[in-house]
Design a binder for this molecule. Structure first.
Ligand SMILES: Nc1ncnc2c1ncn2[C@@H]1O[C@H](COP(=O)(O)OP(=O)(O)O)[C@@H](O)[C@H]1O
Ligand SMILES: [Mg+2]
Length: 268
Protein backbone atom coordinates (compact mmCIF):
# COMPACT_ATOMS: atom_id res chain seq x y z
CA UNK A 1 0.00 0.00 0.00
CA UNK A 2 1.19 3.51 -0.81
CA UNK A 3 1.26 6.51 1.48
CA UNK A 4 -1.90 8.52 2.00
CA UNK A 5 -1.78 11.32 -0.63
CA UNK A 6 -0.53 14.56 0.79
CA UNK A 7 -3.08 16.72 -1.02
CA UNK A 8 -6.02 15.33 0.94
CA UNK A 9 -5.79 16.51 4.54
CA UNK A 10 -7.01 14.16 7.24
CA UNK A 11 -8.54 15.00 10.58
CA UNK A 12 -8.42 12.51 13.44
CA UNK A 13 -11.95 11.44 12.50
CA UNK A 14 -11.21 10.90 8.81
CA UNK A 15 -8.11 8.84 9.68
CA UNK A 16 -10.48 6.20 11.02
CA UNK A 17 -12.63 6.46 7.88
CA UNK A 18 -9.55 5.65 5.78
CA UNK A 19 -8.90 2.49 7.80
CA UNK A 20 -12.49 1.27 7.55
CA UNK A 21 -12.75 1.99 3.80
CA UNK A 22 -9.36 0.35 3.16
CA UNK A 23 -10.68 -2.84 4.81
CA UNK A 24 -13.27 -3.00 2.03
CA UNK A 25 -16.21 -1.87 4.13
CA UNK A 26 -18.68 0.10 1.98
CA UNK A 27 -19.04 3.66 3.27
CA UNK A 28 -21.76 6.28 2.94
CA UNK A 29 -20.46 9.84 3.21
CA UNK A 30 -22.87 12.67 4.02
CA UNK A 31 -22.27 16.31 4.89
CA UNK A 32 -22.40 19.80 3.39
CA UNK A 33 -21.17 20.40 -0.19
CA UNK A 34 -17.45 20.95 -0.45
CA UNK A 35 -16.47 18.96 2.64
CA UNK A 36 -14.39 16.58 0.55
CA UNK A 37 -16.72 13.59 0.06
CA UNK A 38 -15.96 13.02 -3.61
CA UNK A 39 -12.31 14.00 -3.20
CA UNK A 40 -12.00 11.44 -0.40
CA UNK A 41 -12.84 8.64 -2.83
CA UNK A 42 -10.21 9.90 -5.27
CA UNK A 43 -7.61 10.03 -2.51
CA UNK A 44 -8.59 6.53 -1.37
CA UNK A 45 -8.04 5.13 -4.86
CA UNK A 46 -4.56 6.71 -4.95
CA UNK A 47 -3.78 5.30 -1.52
CA UNK A 48 -4.89 1.77 -2.43
CA UNK A 49 -3.35 2.04 -5.89
CA UNK A 50 -6.78 1.07 -7.17
CA UNK A 51 -8.64 1.88 -10.39
CA UNK A 52 -11.13 4.70 -9.92
CA UNK A 53 -14.64 4.21 -11.25
CA UNK A 54 -16.93 7.20 -10.94
CA UNK A 55 -20.67 7.36 -11.40
CA UNK A 56 -22.72 10.53 -10.77
CA UNK A 57 -26.36 9.71 -10.02
CA UNK A 58 -29.30 11.57 -11.47
CA UNK A 59 -33.06 11.33 -11.42
CA UNK A 60 -32.72 9.20 -14.60
CA UNK A 61 -30.28 6.62 -13.22
CA UNK A 62 -31.47 3.13 -14.15
CA UNK A 63 -30.44 -0.48 -13.66
CA UNK A 64 -28.82 -0.30 -17.10
CA UNK A 65 -26.45 2.47 -16.00
CA UNK A 66 -25.21 0.17 -13.24
CA UNK A 67 -25.01 -3.15 -15.10
CA UNK A 68 -25.25 -3.29 -18.91
CA UNK A 69 -26.48 -0.68 -21.31
CA UNK A 70 -27.74 -1.35 -24.82
CA UNK A 71 -26.41 1.03 -27.47
CA UNK A 72 -29.25 1.40 -30.03
CA UNK A 73 -26.95 2.89 -32.69
CA UNK A 74 -24.58 -0.10 -32.52
CA UNK A 75 -27.55 -2.49 -32.66
CA UNK A 76 -28.90 -0.74 -35.76
CA UNK A 77 -25.50 -0.93 -37.48
CA UNK A 78 -25.21 -4.64 -36.61
CA UNK A 79 -28.62 -5.25 -38.17
CA UNK A 80 -27.54 -3.60 -41.41
CA UNK A 81 -24.81 -6.25 -41.65
CA UNK A 82 -21.96 -4.39 -39.99
CA UNK A 83 -21.16 -7.25 -37.67
CA UNK A 84 -18.11 -5.49 -36.21
CA UNK A 85 -20.59 -3.42 -34.16
CA UNK A 86 -22.14 -6.49 -32.52
CA UNK A 87 -19.79 -6.48 -29.58
CA UNK A 88 -20.27 -2.75 -29.10
CA UNK A 89 -24.04 -3.21 -28.71
CA UNK A 90 -23.70 -3.69 -24.98
CA UNK A 91 -21.66 -1.44 -22.74
CA UNK A 92 -20.84 -2.33 -19.17
CA UNK A 93 -22.30 -0.04 -16.50
CA UNK A 94 -20.29 1.11 -13.52
CA UNK A 95 -20.88 -1.96 -11.31
CA UNK A 96 -20.20 -4.37 -14.17
CA UNK A 97 -16.98 -2.49 -14.93
CA UNK A 98 -16.06 -2.89 -11.27
CA UNK A 99 -16.80 -6.62 -11.37
CA UNK A 100 -14.60 -7.04 -14.45
CA UNK A 101 -11.77 -4.84 -13.13
CA UNK A 102 -11.78 -6.56 -9.73
CA UNK A 103 -10.71 -9.86 -11.30
CA UNK A 104 -7.23 -8.40 -11.82
CA UNK A 105 -6.96 -5.24 -9.80
CA UNK A 106 -8.26 -3.26 -6.84
CA UNK A 107 -11.04 -0.82 -7.64
CA UNK A 108 -12.70 2.10 -5.85
CA UNK A 109 -16.28 2.62 -7.03
CA UNK A 110 -17.83 6.00 -6.31
CA UNK A 111 -21.59 6.24 -6.46
CA UNK A 112 -21.76 10.00 -6.13
CA UNK A 113 -24.83 11.85 -4.88
CA UNK A 114 -27.03 8.78 -4.58
CA UNK A 115 -29.78 10.93 -3.07
CA UNK A 116 -30.37 12.33 -6.60
CA UNK A 117 -31.34 8.89 -7.92
CA UNK A 118 -34.70 7.30 -7.26
CA UNK A 119 -35.05 4.92 -4.36
CA UNK A 120 -35.06 1.71 -6.42
CA UNK A 121 -31.38 2.38 -7.16
CA UNK A 122 -30.65 1.92 -3.42
CA UNK A 123 -32.04 -1.61 -3.66
CA UNK A 124 -29.86 -2.45 -6.64
CA UNK A 125 -26.82 -1.29 -4.70
CA UNK A 126 -27.86 -3.21 -1.62
CA UNK A 127 -28.15 -6.36 -3.70
CA UNK A 128 -24.71 -5.71 -5.16
CA UNK A 129 -23.20 -5.26 -1.70
CA UNK A 130 -24.79 -8.51 -0.53
CA UNK A 131 -23.66 -10.70 -3.39
CA UNK A 132 -20.88 -8.82 -5.19
CA UNK A 133 -22.15 -9.95 -8.56
CA UNK A 134 -23.64 -8.28 -11.62
CA UNK A 135 -25.83 -9.60 -14.47
CA UNK A 136 -24.46 -9.43 -18.03
CA UNK A 137 -26.62 -8.87 -21.14
CA UNK A 138 -27.83 -12.50 -21.03
CA UNK A 139 -28.74 -12.30 -17.34
CA UNK A 140 -25.76 -14.44 -16.36
CA UNK A 141 -24.34 -13.37 -13.03
CA UNK A 142 -20.65 -12.54 -12.91
CA UNK A 143 -18.97 -12.46 -9.52
CA UNK A 144 -16.53 -9.80 -8.45
CA UNK A 145 -13.38 -10.55 -6.54
CA UNK A 146 -14.82 -9.13 -3.36
CA UNK A 147 -11.53 -8.35 -1.64
CA UNK A 148 -10.64 -6.00 -4.52
CA UNK A 149 -13.81 -3.90 -4.34
CA UNK A 150 -14.15 -0.68 -2.31
CA UNK A 151 -17.45 1.16 -2.50
CA UNK A 152 -17.88 4.83 -1.59
CA UNK A 153 -21.42 6.22 -1.71
CA UNK A 154 -22.04 9.93 -1.15
CA UNK A 155 -25.25 11.78 -0.37
CA UNK A 156 -26.25 15.42 0.04
CA UNK A 157 -29.41 14.26 1.84
CA UNK A 158 -31.95 15.50 -0.72
CA UNK A 159 -33.81 12.37 0.36
CA UNK A 160 -33.23 9.69 2.97
CA UNK A 161 -31.41 6.65 1.61
CA UNK A 162 -33.17 3.32 2.05
CA UNK A 163 -32.70 1.98 5.55
CA UNK A 164 -31.37 -1.50 4.64
CA UNK A 165 -28.69 0.07 2.44
CA UNK A 166 -27.86 2.58 5.13
CA UNK A 167 -27.50 -0.20 7.69
CA UNK A 168 -25.28 -2.24 5.38
CA UNK A 169 -22.66 0.55 5.24
CA UNK A 170 -20.38 2.51 7.52
CA UNK A 171 -22.08 5.92 7.80
CA UNK A 172 -19.84 8.91 8.14
CA UNK A 173 -20.71 12.60 8.41
CA UNK A 174 -18.03 14.73 6.78
CA UNK A 175 -17.36 18.09 8.35
CA UNK A 176 -15.21 21.07 7.49
CA UNK A 177 -11.48 20.87 8.07
CA UNK A 178 -9.95 22.55 11.10
CA UNK A 179 -9.46 26.30 10.50
CA UNK A 180 -5.66 25.98 10.80
CA UNK A 181 -5.67 23.34 8.05
CA UNK A 182 -7.96 25.45 5.86
CA UNK A 183 -5.65 28.40 6.42
CA UNK A 184 -2.65 26.35 5.36
CA UNK A 185 -4.33 25.04 2.16
CA UNK A 186 -5.63 28.50 1.21
CA UNK A 187 -2.27 30.11 1.87
CA UNK A 188 -0.42 27.59 -0.27
CA UNK A 189 -2.89 27.60 -3.14
CA UNK A 190 -3.90 31.26 -3.35
CA UNK A 191 -0.72 33.09 -2.34
CA UNK A 192 -2.88 35.81 -0.76
CA UNK A 193 -1.55 37.40 2.45
CA UNK A 194 -2.30 35.61 5.70
CA UNK A 195 -4.10 38.52 7.30
CA UNK A 196 -6.71 38.58 4.51
CA UNK A 197 -7.22 34.81 4.69
CA UNK A 198 -7.60 34.91 8.47
CA UNK A 199 -10.24 37.63 8.16
CA UNK A 200 -12.10 35.54 5.60
CA UNK A 201 -11.95 32.39 7.74
CA UNK A 202 -13.29 34.21 10.78
CA UNK A 203 -16.20 35.55 8.72
CA UNK A 204 -16.89 32.14 7.16
CA UNK A 205 -16.80 30.44 10.55
CA UNK A 206 -19.59 32.74 11.73
CA UNK A 207 -21.61 32.13 8.53
CA UNK A 208 -21.29 28.36 8.93
CA UNK A 209 -22.17 28.43 12.63
CA UNK A 210 -25.26 30.56 11.99
CA UNK A 211 -26.14 28.10 9.19
CA UNK A 212 -26.62 30.99 6.76
CA UNK A 213 -24.77 29.00 4.12
CA UNK A 214 -22.34 26.06 3.90
CA UNK A 215 -19.27 27.81 2.50
CA UNK A 216 -16.79 25.34 0.97
CA UNK A 217 -13.02 25.45 0.81
CA UNK A 218 -13.26 25.68 -2.97
CA UNK A 219 -15.50 28.76 -2.83
CA UNK A 220 -13.00 30.45 -0.52
CA UNK A 221 -10.14 29.50 -2.81
CA UNK A 222 -11.88 30.91 -5.89
CA UNK A 223 -12.73 34.09 -4.02
CA UNK A 224 -9.12 34.59 -2.91
CA UNK A 225 -7.81 33.85 -6.39
CA UNK A 226 -10.11 36.45 -7.99
CA UNK A 227 -9.34 39.05 -5.34
CA UNK A 228 -6.37 40.24 -7.42
CA UNK A 229 -8.86 41.77 -9.88
CA UNK A 230 -10.56 43.96 -7.28
CA UNK A 231 -9.94 47.66 -7.89
CA UNK A 232 -12.09 49.07 -5.11
CA UNK A 233 -13.86 48.22 -1.88
CA UNK A 234 -17.05 47.75 -3.87
CA UNK A 235 -15.31 45.16 -6.09
CA UNK A 236 -14.30 43.18 -3.00
CA UNK A 237 -17.93 43.19 -1.92
CA UNK A 238 -19.10 41.94 -5.32
CA UNK A 239 -16.61 39.06 -5.06
CA UNK A 240 -17.74 38.20 -1.53
CA UNK A 241 -21.35 38.13 -2.73
CA UNK A 242 -20.41 36.10 -5.79
CA UNK A 243 -18.44 33.39 -3.99
CA UNK A 244 -19.03 33.44 -0.25
CA UNK A 245 -22.47 34.62 0.72
CA UNK A 246 -25.26 36.41 -1.09
CA UNK A 247 -27.75 36.58 1.71
CA UNK A 248 -29.28 40.00 2.33
CA UNK A 249 -29.42 39.14 6.06
CA UNK A 250 -25.69 39.55 6.40
CA UNK A 251 -25.41 42.62 4.19
CA UNK A 252 -23.86 44.78 6.92
CA UNK A 253 -21.28 42.14 7.83
CA UNK A 254 -20.36 41.72 4.15
CA UNK A 255 -19.84 45.45 3.85
CA UNK A 256 -17.67 45.49 6.96
CA UNK A 257 -15.57 42.56 5.75
CA UNK A 258 -15.05 44.16 2.34
CA UNK A 259 -13.77 47.33 4.04
CA UNK A 260 -11.29 45.45 6.23
CA UNK A 261 -10.09 43.35 3.30
CA UNK A 262 -9.70 46.26 0.94
CA UNK A 263 -7.59 48.07 3.55
CA UNK A 264 -5.40 45.00 4.05
CA UNK A 265 -4.97 44.56 0.29
CA UNK A 266 -4.04 48.22 -0.28
CA UNK A 267 -1.47 48.16 2.54
CA UNK A 268 0.16 45.09 1.11
N1 LIG B 1 -9.71 17.15 3.34
C1 LIG B 1 -9.40 17.90 2.28
N2 LIG B 1 -8.11 18.11 1.94
C2 LIG B 1 -7.80 18.86 0.88
N3 LIG B 1 -8.69 19.44 0.06
C3 LIG B 1 -9.98 19.26 0.35
C4 LIG B 1 -10.41 18.50 1.46
N4 LIG B 1 -11.77 18.51 1.50
C5 LIG B 1 -12.17 19.25 0.46
N5 LIG B 1 -11.11 19.70 -0.25
C6 LIG B 1 -11.14 20.56 -1.44
O1 LIG B 1 -12.48 20.95 -1.68
C7 LIG B 1 -12.86 20.57 -3.01
C8 LIG B 1 -14.31 20.14 -3.01
O2 LIG B 1 -14.43 18.91 -2.38
P1 LIG B 1 -15.46 17.80 -2.90
O3 LIG B 1 -14.85 16.48 -2.64
O4 LIG B 1 -15.90 18.08 -4.29
O5 LIG B 1 -16.66 18.08 -1.89
P2 LIG B 1 -18.06 17.32 -1.79
O6 LIG B 1 -17.99 16.10 -2.68
O7 LIG B 1 -18.21 17.00 -0.34
O8 LIG B 1 -19.08 18.33 -2.24
C9 LIG B 1 -11.89 19.48 -3.41
O9 LIG B 1 -11.66 19.48 -4.79
C10 LIG B 1 -10.64 19.85 -2.67
O10 LIG B 1 -9.91 20.76 -3.42
MG1 LIG C 1 -19.17 15.74 -4.36
Amino acid sequence: MKKWPNWYKLSSKTKLLVKVAAEGEPVILTGPPGTGKTAFAEALSEYLDADYLYYLCSNWTTEEDLFVKLDPAAVALTMTGKSEFAEKSYNPGVLMKAVLTSQEHKVVIVIDELDKAQEHVDNLLLHFLDKFEAPDQYGHLISAKKENVHVVITSNKLRELSLPLYRRCFRFEMSYLDPEVELEILRQKSGVNTQVIKGLLKFVDAIRKAEVKSVSLNEMLKFLTMLKHAESRADVQVLIEGYIVDDADVHDEVKKLSKVMWKALKNN
